[in-house]
Design a protein around this ligand. Structure first.
Ligand code: SAH
Ligand code: SF4
Ligand code: F3S
Length: 462
């Protein structure tokens, strides 16, 4: 029987990847993805616990979903509600206490067991939540279906999970567990399958993706991320490789060399630094100074001069002074970022920083956030303006909001909008950039290809 599955994904790209894998896992049970929760047989919230706001969103959504469940029940049906992801892992039982209509709670390391858990929930009937938030030893990837439904031209591939860094503000080591790298042979096989299904770009994912140390295919030793990237670049038809999110401490010589030598490795790197103050970096347990971060960026730029840097920042970490904040602004000014996220520090249950007694007042956090965001926005806009007049390769990934419009990414991760026929979807084209907006670019497809009427395979492989 065909059943409707509605998935809502919060948080980072790992969750986006996990949601796709859960949809694949549920397909043999008859579940087909749907765009709305209305009339769904199963609703799956894949949740994020990183900041308080992210976690609270889940509860308000669960409140709204009651109506959907009641509607279906009035017609004699049942909507199963599953909570997956990091809130599930962190709060487990508490979710059932706060939202008793939830049928199952499943963690990021146990979602491969969803089919059994669903069967269990169906047997038990409403109001009897089933929970599975264990950390079983490395069995998830072996249990997931090999075949991937295609993500389209730009696909995600999880290669590393978990984190052992224990930054004092962060819940990830608790929600995702200990660091684990998939064997290189498995990663290469999944990448080949994705490319065979039409992926032209693969983004390698991990909480600390450059801590990757997967078993080598010949069973002798381990490969780091740099080595893995080199081998992936040999896959015919794979035009672009990206990876996210990385940690400054794990940027090694091999990875920097890959940025120099592998043209498929895109010149864009998201490398969170969090703060420019050494005192705060130390209190955060980041394990690097502001200068060390700058030296890494310098070396990356030596290797790949056009590399666009992106980052994450936290303002208002406990004890942060005006001088500390000024040091962050100074670092931003010196490095120059193409893109960055800035967040107000949010105390998270169970993390060491949440126990400090020198929390920064909300109003101060707000001011610091606004100042930092203004500087980062100006840098992003300047970066976007510098591309006007240039011809950039763009992988057209999806339809735009306007009719006849397609959207893709530049090598530097900028969204690029062009007028183009549908048949160019999934192709790499050259685009002359004509306009820069605060967070996107507009351009026209370079005439040589446009007028030839067809994009040849060779051209599309550039
Ligand atoms: N693994 C990555 C980032 C994971 S979380 C890294 O090591 O940097 C994504 C971002 O959320 C972090 O980079 C950080 O900027 C932000 N973040 C994490 N915990 C937070 C908290 N308690 N309050 C505010 N922002 C937080
Ligand atoms: Fe969190 Fe730090 Fe691990 Fe990143 S490195 S996931 S910020 S603990
Ligand atoms: Fe959020 Fe979990 Fe990702 S807490 S940021 S969904 S690893």
């Amino acid at each position: 029987m065909r059943k409707k599955l509605y998935i809502k994904t919060y948080g980072c790209q790992m969750n986006v990847y996990d949601s796709a894998r859960m949809a694949e896992l549920l397909a043999p049970l008859g579940y087909r993805p749907s765009d709305t929760p209305d009339d769904a047989d199963m609703i799956l919230l894949n949740t994020c616990h990183i900041r308080e706001k992210a976690a609270e969103k889940v509860y308000s959504e669960l409140g709204r979903l009651r109506a959907v469940q009641d509607d279906k029940a009035a017609r004699g049906g049942r909507t199963l509600i599953a909570v997956a992801g990091c809130v599930a892992q962190a709060e487990g039982e508490e979710i059932l206490a706060r939202a008793p209509q939830v049928d199952l709670v499943v963690g990021p390391q146990t979602y491969h067991r969803l089919p059994e858990l669903i069967a269990q929930a169906e047997r038990l009937g409403p109001g009897r939540g089933v929970i599975d938030t264990e950390f079983p030893a490395d069995e998830k990837f072996d249990a997931l279906p090999e075949e991937r439904m295609t993500d389209g031209p730009a696909a995600f591939l999880s290669i590393q999970e978990g984190c052992d860094k224990f930054c004092t503000f962060c819940v990830v080591p608790y929600t995702r567990g200990a660091e684990f790298s998939r064997p290189a042979a498995d990663v290469l096989a999944e990448a080949r399958r994705l490319v065979a299904q039409g992926a032209r770009e693969i983004t390698l994912l991990g909480q600390n993706v450059n801590a990757y140390h997967g078993a080598a295919p010949d069973g002798r030793g381990e490969w780091g991320l740099g080595r893995l990237v080199r081998e992936l670049a040999d896959i015919e038809g794979l035009a672009r490789i990206r990876y996210t999110t990385s940690h400054p401490r794990d940027v090694d010589d091999e990875l920097i060399a890959a940025h120099r030598d592998v043209p498929q490795l895109m010149p864009y790197l998201h490398l969170p630094v969090q703060s420019g103050s050494d005192r705060i970096l130390h209190a955060m347990n980041r394990g690097h100074t502001a200068d060390a971060f700058r030296r890494i960026v310098d070396r990356l730029r030596e290797a790949r001069p056009d590399i666009a840097m992106a980052s994450d920042f936290i303002v208002g970490f406990p004890g942060e002074t005006e001088a500390d904040h000024a040091a962050t602004l100074d670092l931003v000014g010196r490095v120059g970022f193409a893109h960055a996220y800035a967040f107000k520090y949010s105390p998270r249950p169970g993390t060491p920083a949440s126990a400090h007694d020198d929390h920064v007042p909300e109003a101060v956090k707000g001011e610091r956030l606004a100042g930092l965001q203004q500087l980062l926005a100006a840098q992003q806009q300047a970066m976007n303006h510098r591309t006007v007049g240039r011809r950039l390769p763009v992988l057209l990934e999806r339809r735009g909001k306007l009719p006849g419009q397609l959207v893709g990414r530049s090598p530097f991760m900028q969204s690029v909008h062009v007028s183009a026929p549908e048949r160019l979807l999934g192709h790499m084209v050259d685009v002359d950039i004509t306009h820069a907006h605060p967070s996107s670019l507009h351009g026209t497809i370079a005439t040589a290809i446009w007028e030839s009427g067809e994009v040849t395979q060779e051209r599309a492989a550039v």
